[in-house]
Design a binder for this molecule. Sequence first.
Ligand code: 4NP
Length: 152
Amino acid sequence: MATKVLMVCLGNICRSPLAEGILQSKVTDISVYIDSAGTAGYHVGSKPDPRSIAVALKNRIDISRQRCRQFEVADFEEFDLIFAMDQSNLDDILDLAPDEISRKKVSLLLDLLPESESEVPDPYYGGADGFDHVFDLINLACDQICDKLINP
Ligand code: 4NP
């Protein structure tokens, strides 16, 4: 059965759509189902931010068909692994966790990169270079996810 991975940020228009697209681009021969969501509902139904679409395209990944949705408690049941982009997202997700099994599914994405900064910074209010940095961090972390999925 496919491992189910959920990427979560605040708005689900900048970081987690990139994380969904980047991981999807790497797992062509592994059985994985990937989705993303936001802890907030500000942008539900929207496409990813144009700056995320652009940085993904620059790296030959098309995320333009994704649509924003809000994280929901049912996601704890649906997904095996839930990755939060920053500490605030992690805290908000854990506040909704109904039990210990659910809590154990959740971690910070960059915990996979012990030498790195610990949070994927929110690029929403910054310039395009922030999106390049976010892409690079998520890309490295997704390599680690792939390694773990191939050699559990
Ligand atoms: P994201 O970035 O959490 O990476 O999608 C944000 C997107 C929108 C807002 C904040 C962060 N906002 O305040 O609307």
